[in-house]
Write a protein that binds this ligand. Sequence first.
Ligand code: NDP
Ligand code: HSE
Length: 436
Amino acid sequence: MKPIKVGLLGIGTVGAGTFNVLKRNQEEIKRRAGRGIEIAMVADLNIARARELTNNECEVVSDANLIVNHPDIDIVIELIGGYGIAKDLVMKAIANGKHVVTANKALLAMHGTEIFKAAQEKGVIVAFEAAVAGGIPIIKALREGLTANRIEWIAGIINGTTNFILSEMRDKGLDFDTVLKEAQRLGYAEADPTFDIEGIDAAHKVTLMAAIAFGIPVQFDKAYVEGITKLEATDIRYADQLGYRIKLLGIARRTSHGIELRAHPTLIPAKRLIANVEGAMNAVLVQGDAVGATLYYGKGAGAEPTASAVIADLVDITRLATADPEHRVPHLAFQPNAMADTPILPMSEITTSYYLRIRVADKLGVLAGVTRILADATISIDAMLQKEPAEGETQTDIIILTHQTQEKNVDAAIVKIEALPTVVGNVARIRLEALS
Ligand code: NDP
Ligand code: HSE
């Protein structure tokens, strides 16, 4: 059988990785796919670099439209990023009856509903394994491997850049900016690193996982997003002393009244496996009702780990290209006419535990005032740490870990605690998940 023809849009970090891995492992991949997979055309703004990277082994063009409109191209790989030109090209490729592989979580989290609908109508596949957790096959695990389960919750370290920053800051005492620059140099960070450090990238990814896990539309606009830029080194240290690590987690949880969808720094007990995932590594913990907890670990970013996921999608499409569209695995795991409209909960309604750091004047009765407010708000205390004031100082920190409660209870209690005359400045609050 003739090789399937692929057009690659964007030969940057992931594009170059994909080209190289496909070339290096082509014989093995052909044996798996049942036919050859050939990158016949590449589009990139930097033609000279693209020619060099592809060793003049395929046609290189600067206008990506030439690929999405080319009659001989069967599959388009979109590795440009963003939701400007990338969206336009993906929609054109679908309209022209081409299957699409993309690593672009931003595009799918923002416009997934429209893109999957167009693909469904046209009978083509939009595959996106590389969009979540890089090389870890988590989309396939959620969509196929765990298909017997009612998924209860997912918690993942799904942004390599921020995990790398938190690990390097904690272990080597390096400062934020230095580590971010290194993550950019290594090709982990997004074109706009704000997406990484402000939690947007993690929220894009958990939004996609939630859709597949719960059979709901892709709803990034309803996700709660908080990054690591406001995290203080003091809190990382106190968390350590209490037996916890702070990680940026993407969390999706089914509850009886709706779905929690959130990405934010989170305390995790240091003894959990996932708390020990360091550097740019990613890990996703999935709780299913039949299987229990399963943990997926691996490289979440970088040229070849991400290429591994892109090529897995290429092989899947090559195998499925001839199958009747009605009998393919649905894009979002559930049949399009069987999606649920379960609401995404507002953040005030989510339930979790909390770490609170309260700066106080070292005076009699201060602690009693704080604990009274928490008791009145029915917030139960799990652990507490009160430091001696440093030599010559009159203020100190009280650290409180709470049991589970609703976010709105904690919000109200924090307002009251901050109004106490003995409390100095704002209360630092970080959410805590036992993940048990
Ligand atoms: P890069 O910026 O390294 O690569 C993008 C490439 O697209 C560049 O070569 C760029 O050219 C080219 N490009 C930009 N505009 C156009 C255009 N209009 N037509 C043709 N080519 C164009 O990005 P990455 O490879 O890092 O990321 C690609 C996608 O993969 C993104 O969606 C990203 O979120 C996702 N991803 C990335 C991972 C990673 O580890 N890097 C991991 C998982 C997903 P030029 O440089 O000249 O502008
Ligand atoms: N910027 C992303 C990260 C790339 O750091 O995880 C992988 O999606």
